[in-house]
Design a binder for this molecule. Sequence first.
Ligand SMILES: Cc1cc2nc3c(=O)[nH]c(=O)nc-3n(C[C@H](O)[C@H](O)[C@H](O)COP(=O)(O)OP(=O)(O)OC[C@H]3O[C@@H](n4cnc5c(N)ncnc54)[C@H](O)[C@@H]3O)c2cc1C
Length: 380
Amino acid sequence: MRFQELKTTEERLELMSTLSERFSKRAAPVDEEGTFPFDNLNDLKTSGYTALTVPKRYGGEEISLYELVCLQEYIARGDGSTALSIGWHMGIIQDLGERNRWKESMFKMMCEDVRNGALINNCASERQTGSPTRGGKPTTTAVKQGKHWVVNGRKTFTTMSPMLDYFNVTATVAESEEVGYFLIPRSTDGVEIEETWDSIAMRGTGSHDLVLKDVKIEEDYLVERVEPGNKGASGWLLHIPACYLGIAQAARTYAIQFAKEYSPNSIKGSIIDLPNVQQKVGEMEFELMRARHFLHSVAKQWDEADEEGRNRMKPELGAAKLAVTNSAIEVVDLAMRIVGARSLSEQNPLQRYYRDVRAGLHNPPMDDMTIMLLAKNAIK
Ligand SMILES: Cc1cc2nc3c(=O)[nH]c(=O)nc-3n(C[C@H](O)[C@H](O)[C@H](O)COP(=O)(O)OP(=O)(O)OC[C@H]3O[C@@H](n4cnc5c(N)ncnc54)[C@H](O)[C@@H]3O)c2cc1C
């Protein structure tokens, strides 16, 4: 069954739920070995998921942001690394379709490739810049040579690097000091992946270093000019909180199941009947409910707003990300308290959720930047 054959969000969520169960069975070995979930990504490609955000004008389904965050949450219930990886690709294509920032011929070519299974991600982080959202200028350079660009540099955190077909790389144009996104096909000479990803969180994202040595691309492959640190409101980044919400939901489900089955001989029945456990279950429900409503309402607001309205949504988008990722951390913590010391066993999925959910703090926008933005808005 392909997603394209299904018409409603509910039907698509049902299909994703089946895929997600499969992902959850594969999550532990990928995490333990620090490999990449190739099988999950291939399942997402063959089911047509990876093309769902392609706009209708290029033969896609053009799903809404609301539907995207729901589907992304379901993926993360099975495997956070898979969700974060594919979330970048899905969001980038949605964003490009909505904002027409690329030359139309380039975007048309990209959409055709995506419909045939191609994957793309933005490669903006560098060791020297830290998070690109803080305005650091790329040390990766692009030099014009006739009708070509020659790109040199190193990018960190290149999520999905084992399977990407396109690296959308930020670089500084040597002569003008302008910064732009340069689209680099994987097959281009001088493109290398150095397997540096040794994070204890999101181990299956394959977020290795991308090394570019005299990479030559045609002039049209400078696809977008940008001002570092001055990104407008980006609805598509809500795939990030959706991912961490999914991880938290998985932790909650595991903890409740455990509590129903665990029956120490100091009590009759199982620990689910105990008030101290029910207190934590209720607190988890509260955090999840609040997080989900916030995320969904901001996503729907984005879907319903015009361009001007969307441009004003940066505070809401940042606040939703902050609230959801911090609630997700809280939920995983509560789930672990319910399960007790067993939650720290290597064989227990909660220890993976605990490591994975922390990564949300280091995906954009960072909490301190959101708080400052809210403060500035309030004072203004
Ligand atoms: C799992 C995962 C996947 C990722 N995938 C991608 C990807 O696909 N593509 C990509 O481009 N990036 C990706 N990233 C990178 C991410 O977007 C950040 O660039 C990266 O996490 C570094 O952020 P940081 O906050 O640790 O770094 P920094 O910005 O260096 O921050 C480190 C510390 O220094 C402080 N700091 C640094 N500069 C300033 C400043 N100017 N003002 C105030 N405080 C400052 C921060 O507050 C923080 O305490 C990924 C990250 C993770 C964790």
